[in-house]
Design a protein around this ligand. Structure first.
Ligand SMILES: NC(=O)c1ccc[n+]([C@@H]2O[C@H](COP(=O)([O-])OP(=O)(O)OC[C@H]3O[C@@H](n4cnc5c(N)ncnc54)[C@H](O)[C@@H]3O)[C@@H](O)[C@H]2O)c1
Length: 389
């Protein structure tokens, strides 16, 4: 009998409940252990496993709840979609993993929000922990772009030929709670560029954003860039040296210190897209920058380095106001479709967009920012100024 039970126990290795049972033959004697087996339930007697889809729609569980169906048990269900249909924000990663690699290498700073230096706008922190180098940052558009990047969390290298301008921009960024260092450098001089980039990297460890904005716009160069038949070749050469070779040198020496990719924004102009009776050297240099943008984008795209250019029409900087006569300013106003000219803040907004991850799939492009100056035939403007003098 016991041998039979042992054999059965091997065949049906299910739950075995041992308990004591009184002996039938000797009810007053010592109880003996009895092994009871629970029988394996027969498969055809199990209730059919129902799936989610077996249920009538009104009994299906909403998203986000754990499903109890035997076939789906243990699987994760999708979180419920946001009520307004907007994309659900990812929960912030926890602990040390939350810090970006950039933030690991740059010095810790107080990340209190500070008002935008440019327009008093909302701080978004798009550049938190990133290092940005802006050339020609001592005045005008470059100063506004440096301030914008600094206001949004970047560590800024404000580079300019004029030490006073670079220092003033860096000091303004710092005064608003940002982090910036002034760099004095002639972008057309390779040794100076190398030293300036090395100084920035020594302080902040890397470069993530380059805005090559510097251009020779002084009276001696741009002011003498007049009719072609009387053009001084020295003016042509200096224009190319600063505007074009300067951009090349900045790209050449910053890309190697962009370890995790980066964003480059070159400064072109609508003068690089259309002809004019004057400023051929300036226009040719800005035109070449549009081509150069595509070459940089092509050369470094695989390394995650994007390169784009911006091409503004007249931006009312002090330099532009000094360079143009009142009648030229009136002509420019007549050419625009929109009543308002571009401001330095408008250009800074575009540069910040191209430098940020919001434009992560844009590279090799030149974006025109001109209040509609190039979007129509000149006749339109001429007619309009005739009709509404
Ligand atoms: N203002 C406009 O209407 C306008 C329109 C289209 C394009 N842009 C372009 O925008 C950029 C900025 O123009 P802006 O109006 O602000 O001029 P800006 O004169 O105010 O700024 C140019 C800055 O570049 C610096 N610089 C000049 N040569 C340099 C050099 N060799 N090395 C380092 N820095 C140097 C100057 O010191 C100055 O601070 C230029 O590239 C210009 O061509 C301006």
């Amino acid at each position: 009998m016991h041998a039979h039970r042992r054999r059965l126990a091997r065949l049906l290795p299910l739950r075995r409940d041992r308990h004591l049972s009184p002996r039938r033959d000797d009810p007053g004697g010592r109880p003996r252990p009895v092994v009871h087996r629970l029988r394996r339930p027969r498969r055809d007697r199990l209730p059919r496993a129902r799936t989610f889809l077996d249920r009538p729609p009104e009994r299906r569980r909403p998203h986000g709840l754990r499903l109890r169906d035997p076939l789906l048990r243990g699987r994760r269900t999708r979180p419920p979609p946001a009520a307004d249909g907007a994309r659900r924000a990812r929960p912030p990663p926890a602990g040390a993993a939350a810090r970006t690699r950039a933030a690991d290498r740059v010095p810790e700073v107080d990340r209190r929000p500070w008002p935008s230096l440019v327009a008093g706008g909302v701080v978004t922190g798009r550049f938190d922990g990133r290092v940005a180098l802006v050339t020609g940052a001592g005045s005008g558009i470059g100063a506004a772009c440096a301030a914008r990047l600094g206001a949004e969390g970047a560590f800024v290298g404000a580079l300019d030929l004029r030490a006073a301008g670079a220092k003033a921009t860096a000091a303004a960024i710092r005064a608003h709670g940002g982090t910036a260092m002034a760099l004095t450098c002639d972008v057309s001089d390779e040794k100076q560029v190398e030293e300036a980039v090395a100084a920035l990297v020594a302080s902040f460890g890397r470069v993530d954003v380059l805005h090559a904005n510097a251009a020779a716009l002084d009276r001696e160069v741009y002011g003498r860039d007049r009719e072609l038949d009387t053009l001084d070749v020295g003016v042509w050469d200096r224009t190319m040296e600063v505007n074009l070779r300067g951009a090349l040198l900045m790209v050449k020496h910053t890309v190697p210190v962009m370890p995790d990719g980066g964003a480059i924004v070159l400064m072109s102009s609508v003068s690089g897209l259309v002809g004019d009776t004057v400023h051929a050297a300036y226009g040719a240099s800005k035109s070449a920058l549009i081509g150069f943008t595509r070459y940089v984008a092509t050369a470094y795209g695989a390394r995650g380095v994007r390169c784009n250019a911006v091409a503004p029409a007249l931006v009312m900087t002090p330099t532009a106001q000094r360079a143009l006569t009142p009648s030229q300013l009136a002509d420019k106003a007549a050419e625009r479709l929109l009543p308002w000219p571009c401001t330095v803040d408008d250009v800074a907004n575009l540069v910040a967009f191209l430098a940020s991850d919001e434009s992560r799939c844009i590279t090799g492009q030149t974006l025109v920012i001109d209040s509609g100056t190039l979007a129509h035939r000149p006749q339109h403007a001429i007619q309009r100024s005739r009709d509404h003098p």
